[in-house]
Every structure is written in C-alpha cells, then in structure tokens.
Design a protein around this ligand. Sequence first.
Ligand SMILES: Nc1ncnc2c1ncn2[C@@H]1O[C@H](COP(=O)(O)OP(=O)(O)OP(=O)(O)O)[C@@H](O)[C@H]1O
Ligand SMILES: [Mg+2]
Length: 675
Amino acid sequence: MITLRNLTLRRSAKVLLDNVSVTLNPGEKVGLVGRNGAGKSTLFGLINGSLHEDSGDFSMPSQWRLSQVAQDMPDTDEPATDFVLGGDTRLMDLRAALTRAEERHDHDLDSADIGMQIAHLHSDLADAGEHDAMPRAQSLILGLGFKTAELGQPVNSFSGGWRMRLQLARALMSPSDLLLLDEPTNHLDLDALVWLEAWLKRYDGTLIVISHDREFLDAVTDVTLHIERQQLTRYGGNYSAFETLRAQQLELQQSAFSKQKERIAHLQKFIDRFKAKASKAKQAQSRVKALERMEKIAPVLADADFTFEFKEPANLPNPMLSIRDGQFGYVVDGQPKLIVGGVNRSVMAGQRIGILGANGQGKSTLVKTIAREIPALGGTITEGKGLNIGYFAQQELDVLRPQDTPLEHMTRLARELGPNSGESGREQDLRNFLGTFNFTGDMVKQTVGTMSGGEKARLVLAMMVWQRPNLLLLDEPTNHLDLATREALSMALNEFEGTVMLVSHDRALLRAVCDEFWLVGRGQIAPFDGDLDDYQRYLLDEAKRLRELARLDADAGAPAPAKPQAAAARAAAAEGRSPLTPQEQRKQDAQQRQQLSARTRPLKRELEQAERKMAELQAEKSALEARLASAAPPAELAELGRRLKAAGDQIAQLEERWLALSSDVEAIETARQPS
Ligand SMILES: Nc1ncnc2c1ncn2[C@@H]1O[C@H](COP(=O)(O)OP(=O)(O)OP(=O)(O)O)[C@@H](O)[C@H]1O
Ligand SMILES: [Mg+2]
C-alpha cells in the first residue's frame, strides 16, 4: 500500500502538492493525470526516493521492488537482447555470483562449501526464471516493434526513439512489485502501443502510469489520480469515467461558469463553421465527428487556461511546393540509402495532409527533407515564392538550450528573424507573447532545463508561431502535451489558413485536423483514399500480408524475406539517375515543357468549353428566375420550375467537371515545373 498523508511537495519556490492525502492499494492500475507542469513527474521522484516531501508523510512497503524506465539515452554497443536482459537485476546478480563461485571452485578443488553454494545458486537461478529469460527478453523487444534480425544488433546502432523503446523493454524485464511509467507511449507507434496495453493489463504488480493519451489510459487503468491546483484527487475508474465525472463537477462550479460559457460559445461557433464548410468527403466527415466529440467535453476544454492561434500568414504561395521525381533518404558511409523514391507530388495552399505509414517507412524522412533538414538524394523540390516553413519535431526539444530561459530563447529568435517578422522584439512584447502561451510571471525566467516535458514542447510551439509560417510541418507534435493543450493545438490548426502536414500517432488529432492522407510505405508515397478507420484496417491487412509472405518464404526454405521497402529502394537506386550537365538539363526541360503542353492542351480546351456552357446556362437561369418573379401565368409555373431545376443541375455538373479539369491541369503543371 502506498500512502501520502498531509503531504506537501515543492520544487524551488513552487508548491506542487499542498497537504494532500491519498492511498493506493496493491495491484491497482493507476493513471496519473494532470496539466503540463502540474507535478506528475515530480511525484514519481518522491515515490522512487530521488526527492523528499517537504512536510507530511509518505510510505510504501520497504520490500517492494520498484521498476522504472531510465530517462537517459543508452549509449552502449551491447547487443539489444543482452541490454534488455540486463534489466533483470536479480538474474544478473545471480549469474555474476555463479561465475565467481565457479572460478573459486576451479582453483580450490576440494571445497565442499563452494560446491553447496553453486548448487544453491543454480536453484536460485531456476527460481529467477533463468531458463526462459532469453525468450522473455526477446518477446518484449519484438512486441515493441523490433525485427527479429535486430535482436542482436548493438544498442547504439538504433535511432533515439528506438533506444528509448529498448529502455522501456529493460524496465518491463525487471521483476517488480511497483512499476512507474512516465509517458511510455511517446516513442511508440500504433502497433507497439496496442502490444504495450495488452502487456500492462497482464502485469500483476501495482502500476502507476503518467499519460496524456486517453485511449491508452482507458485500456490500461482502473484508478485515476488527478493533480490540479496543488491537490491530488483519487477517482475510481478509467480516464473516460474520470472525464465524465469532472465535466459534471465543473458544470456545477458556478464560479468558473461565466469564463467557461464564453469558451464553450467560441468552441461551438468554431464547430458550426467547420460543419458548414466540410464537404461530403469521407475524410472531412470523420473530422466533423472528431469535432463533435470536442463539443461533448467542452466544459473540460473550457476549463483549460490556454488557447492559442497561428498568425495569419503574410502570403500563401500556391502551390506551396512541388516535388518532382523526389528521392529521399540518407547518406550512410558515403553510400546513398534510399527510403522513398519516385515522389511526384504537390502541396497546395490550405491543404491538411495527414502522413500515415508504419514506423521506419520514411514519414520523418519526407518531412525532414521538405523542411530542408536533410538534402534530397535526387529529384527537385520547387518551393513557392515566399514559402515560410514552421517545422516541429520531437528532437526539436533538444534544440532548446537548457541553461537559457524562455525569454532568452524568444529574444534570440526575434533578433535572428530581424525586422521583417513584423513583430517588435521589445522585452515587454516578448513577455506578453509568452504570456499567451501560459508562460507567466517567474516562468519566463526559469531555465528550460528545469521545465517539465510539456512546458518545453509548449515553448517550441510558441517559437514556431512567432515565425509566422505558412506551411506547418509537424512531426509528432503532441508528445508531452496534455489533453487541453492538444485540443488547443487542434483548434489552432483548424483555424490556420496555411497548409498543414502532420505526422502523428495521436488518432484524435489526426481525425480532427486532416482531411486527406498520404501513405508512406513500400518505398513510395501515395495518396491514401480513405479515413483513419480505413487506415487501421489497412494496417491489419498489411500485417497479415507480410506474415503470409514470411511464411511462404519460410516454406520454400528461402532466406528471410527482404523488406518490401528495401526492395523498392534498391530497385529505384538501381535505376541510377546520375546528375545531368546544364545542357542536358535545358534540353530535358524543353522536352518536358512540350510534353506538358501536349498533355494539358485537350484538358484546357474542354475547360474553355465548360466555361462557355456555364455562362450560357447562368444567363438562361437568370432569365427563368426573372420570369418566375414577374407574376407569370400559373399554367406556365410548373414548366418554368422544371426548366430552372434542369439548368441548376446542369450547372452543378459542369462546375464539378470544371473543378476536376482545373485541378488536373494544375497537378500536371506543378508536378512538372522545372526548378
Ligand atoms: N528544479 C526545478 N526548479 C524549478 N522548478 C522546477 C524544477 N523542477 C521542476 N520544476 C517545475 O515544477 C513543475 C512540475 O514539474 P513536473 O515535471 O513534475 O511536471 P509534470 O506534471 O510531469 O508535467 P508534464 O506533463 O509536462 O511532464 C513544473 O512547472 C516545472 O517547471
Ligand atoms: Mg512529466
């Protein structure tokens, strides 16, 4: 049993918990929730003994074994499996003891004592699960999304996100009575997330998990601990149950009511406006549904002390950019490593594109290339005039300087952007601006290194907004953000006039923001015709297809199947597009212009015809309307009505055709624009 009695907890001058009392029972699965900076991670510090209460009592059974995910990035060349096995400290200690005993035994042949000791150690090892430790470690690693071939690879050969997964596996490997997980889903994709949910449900110790992912919390927890205004409150039930209860409580609280009403009205207006705009497309419809959910939890959102908006972009180039024959990837040891190839796509003003694809398929590679963080391996990206990219990536948090304060970060940014940002860089203005992102009072002077994860993410968001971008490239922007800030982000994105390209495993955000999807997979990028539910079905089918493929190969005794992505990449690389000389380039461009006009000519002709016909029909329609309005004889009315409807229908049809034709022409022209 864990008990906090009349406990007060502080971080420098800030009181995080003020005289709280709470009890947690053995075996409970507890979700610890609260706004960014409320003190959740700090509470973990109290439980694991790295911090101490300022007053009151904290107690926990002394014999409880505690397991938690180490926060540092592991940097060792130990093979992945050994690293994870190392998490089972009991097993490791016993193994080491056995080795020592055996060495002594070898030197000291007639010692019966050591013989006994060795026998004991063997039986202890059996108790500790020595016989299946290896497969247990491996199933953890595979469950978290690694491939069989990667089990033996050195830890430091993996990227940051994957190393943190190994760190998580190591914590799960460790036998424990109490497991502390601080936002474990941040580095996971959908598949691994679902696996972790199932694993945690089977875990029989006491679990306390910090998360801002409602679907995850609902699946795993049965008790919710909420930190708010220095109070810690225990609710029986999962996150949704807690949310409903809270919405009811908040509605009862008269004091907050007028402020809330304003916010609810704003939300309502926003949702109505969006609904009116949303087309019949399936994707847009699922967005409407997501917004309707926001309506339901409006009181919780309205209670949030934070909303923000993107500034109106200075200009909107259209297209924002177009990619021609893009080859994206990395250079490893001087060799190009292609991840996605043959990309021919344009990004138009105002599009909301969700970028889907399993881990490692190249979503971030695409985004990084567009953001100019890494060069394309081949092809061209033509940027619209005045393109101003706002790029947000997980690793962006590392870009913050831990020793500096939010104010110093903003001052530097304002200086770098110079006068054309249209903003004053005066300290008071910067403070005001930071205030709109909830950095108030002393917080503008707190060093970034001591801020909570969500506070850092919010600072990065603020810095992005300041840059006044017209194209937002967001790669997992919601990690660390609390629910209310996520909703604030999704509202801000919806009202943003520029273009959004979003990579996220946050299903709620994708639903609320995107009305079209690109699918990155098998070495290519293609539009995905469907909504998120279709995508989850696609994922299942794809997993099945790969399993079958693997089975077929295994049956045939063939070596492990090459990843389809790698195969496609190799194929594209084999085509080997070598760089052209300027003359060749000009010649190619001229040829392309000719091909282009050959392809668009018939379309343009049809466009003109459609325009003429529409004008005729419009004129006819006006005449009919005028006739109807001018007290025509009743006998004529029915006929007039029929003709009016027919004209209207025909116009609608032509408009659709006209739209389709224009976008075809546009697509062909932008895809082929020479750089
Ligand atoms: N060493 C410190 N000095 C000053 N303030 C600190 C220090 N450490 C933490 N804080 C502040 O204490 C508050 C609680 O931080 P904590 O990391 O516990 O929040 P959290 O609830 O885990 O938030 P998040 O959801 O963003 O992870 C934050 O406002 C943070 O800025
Ligand atoms: Mg935290």
